[in-house]
Design a protein around this ligand. Sequence first.
Ligand code: INI
Length: 159
Amino acid sequence: MHEVNIIEGRPILETDARVAVLCTRFNHFIVDQLEKGCLDTLARHAAAGATANVSVIRVPGAFELPVVARKVAASGGYDAVIALGAVIRGATAHFEYVSGPCASGIQSVATETGVPVVFGVLTTDTIEQAVERAGTKAGNKGAEAAAVALEMISLMRQL
Ligand code: INI
């Protein structure tokens, strides 16, 4: 086997890395837990003083995440954006109208601006499933999103 050059991100929040965490107010009971998991993971992987460059931005609902993510990403002031929210089918008659545009909008922002925008939005059938993914038996989607953001910041810096 010939040697290959492997390029991969390291899960470290460097002092000069700027991260925006967008949190929806809708379903805040769940999203507050995602925010906690996210900030905790960032802090645990942060170089001394690095969390000073982490900003939390509150957004009305998941439908608004893409437009806010676009403004933040296009500002040039951030290395990654983490979008946190919860869309719960049982709680809305228009689940598809909110979750679909949210997911595709966030992906468009990332590809169009070149800034990683991490999809930390729960899309579940029930409130119980959302609770399970917000720091109980199925982990914490906010913490997972933070880990992805760290890896992506490091990866993008090497490319
Ligand atoms: N927003 C959410 O973030 N999650 C939901 O489950 C949800 N439901 O149930 O409708 C939701 N709706 C609000 C939406 O995101 C917008 O804020 C609203 O439609 C105004 O544009």
